[in-house]
Write a protein that binds this ligand. Structure first.
Ligand SMILES: NC(=O)c1ccc[n+]([C@@H]2O[C@H](COP(=O)([O-])OP(=O)(O)OC[C@H]3O[C@@H](n4cnc5c(N)ncnc54)[C@H](OP(=O)(O)O)[C@@H]3O)[C@@H](O)[C@H]2O)c1
Length: 341
């Protein structure tokens, strides 16, 4: 094949918020499907807060992206050439394709890339990066397995209008819990209450989280699903109940720090309340994703569950789009449209 592949590579390790000079925009030939592998045309890419962590040097749950490498990103696309018996031209697939227009996948890379076929009857391509994809899996298993909510309990979730948060709140409602979101701005708060059916939502940019929790969680907090860390985590810790479960999913308020991460000073509330705080990594449930996809897709079909995405168009807009996650400019799961279906 004789087409150009546009790619965005990590040029430097950022200090604080990533800037334009941390990226390089390159082009290369597309080539053909490798022997025994496939060639995928990327249609949508997932923009994730975790990308900020992958840009840092140092040990984590996944190795950092190397300087000069194509930036790591999950995506969905179409197989346009195949020399693999399990994939045919035209198949819709998801995997870690990287910030580029085409991804050639050799047989040995099929597992590490996580290449799988997706069924577009269950949801749209952007939904396969949201409720039916990695954020949805994080929310579903993190809430049900680690948060272990019981009907009648109060579940609080931060980043409530975002990708993970919207699924956490809706699954908790389906399980019979009282659900209180925390989000930035009136529009997002109204959305999670009116559209997604949360019981209440606290606008942390427009008022006090402490007062909001007092008002909306009169029985205290049984499960806190934390997407943001920092001061909000510290405040929620002052309202937890005995045997509460705190799910540490993320700490977006801390990802661009140039000073050490701010930990919770109210952690002795865990002692007083015999409570538990536990971190999660979605990949630990990879062999059970099918179960979550089946349930979430069924709830969507039944009209009990909504999935909201925010689509930015154009591969070259990746740096600008990534920054939206850290200012809260995204409304719903942020995806980058790379090409039309
Ligand atoms: N552990 C895992 O396996 C795993 C997997 C996926 C995601 N995560 C984590 O889950 C969290 C949510 O990810 P997502 O993909 O669903 O992103 P998202 O919520 O769709 O987007 C990020 C949102 O974070 C909020 N935010 C940004 N800066 C903030 C700050 N300083 N304080 C409070 N809120 C802030 C903004 O919403 P507002 O407008 O409401 O402020 C923004 O829209 C992230 O921490 C991510 O790293 C973890």
């Amino acid at each position: 094949m004789n087409t150009i592949n546009r790619q965005i590579r990590l040029a430097a390790r950022p200090q604080g918020l990533p800037k334009d000079s941390d990226w390089s925009h390159t082009t290369g030939p597309v080539g053909d499907a490798p022997d025994g592998g496939v060639l995928v045309k990327v249609l949508y890419l997932s923009l994730d807060p975790a990308m900020r962590g992958w840009m840092n040097e140092g040990r984590s749950y996944i190795p950092p992206v190397g300087i000069g490498e194509v930036m790591r990103a999950g995506g969905v696309g179409r197989v346009i050439a195949s020399r693999h018996a399990g994939f045919a031209v035209g198949d819709m697939v998801s995997g870690a394709f990287g910030v580029q227009e085409y991804c050639a996948i050799a047989p040995a890379a099929i597992k590490p890339v996580g290449l799988v076929k997706i069924d577009t009857r269950a949801g749209t391509l952007p939904q396969w990066l949201n409720a039916l994809g990695m954020p949805g899996m994080t929310a579903y298993f993190g809430l049900l397995e680690t948060g272990q909510p019981k009907a009648g309990e109060t579940v609080v979730v931060s980043g409530a209008a975002g990708a993970v948060g919207q699924t956490v709140g809706q699954v908790a409602k389906i399980k019979g819990c009282r659900v209180v979101g925390i989000a930035g701005g009136r529009d997002k708060c109204e959305f999670v209450v009116r559209e997604l059916g949360f019981d209440a939502c606290i606008d942390y940019k427009g008022g006090s989280v402490r007062d909001g929790l007092k008002e909306h969680c009169p029985q205290g907090v049984d499960v806190y699903f934390d997407n943001v860390g920092g001061e909000i985590l510290d405040t929620v810790l002052t309202r937890i109940n005995r045997r509460a479960r705190i799910v540490i999913c993320g700490a977006i308020s801390q990802y661009n720090n140039t000073t050490p991460v701010k930990g919770p000073s109210n952690y002795l509330s865990l002692l007083v309340n015999r409570a538990r705080m536990e971190g999660i990594v979605v990949f630990d449930w990879a062999d059970r994703y099918g179960e979550a996809v089946q349930n979430i897709a069924a709830w969507m079909r039944a009209g009990k569950f909504k999935s909201r995405e925010d689509v930015v168009e154009g591969l070259e807009r990746f740096p600008e789009a990534l920054a939206m996650l850290f200012s809260g400019a995204n409304f719903g799961k942020l995806v980058l449209k790379v090409a039309s279906e």
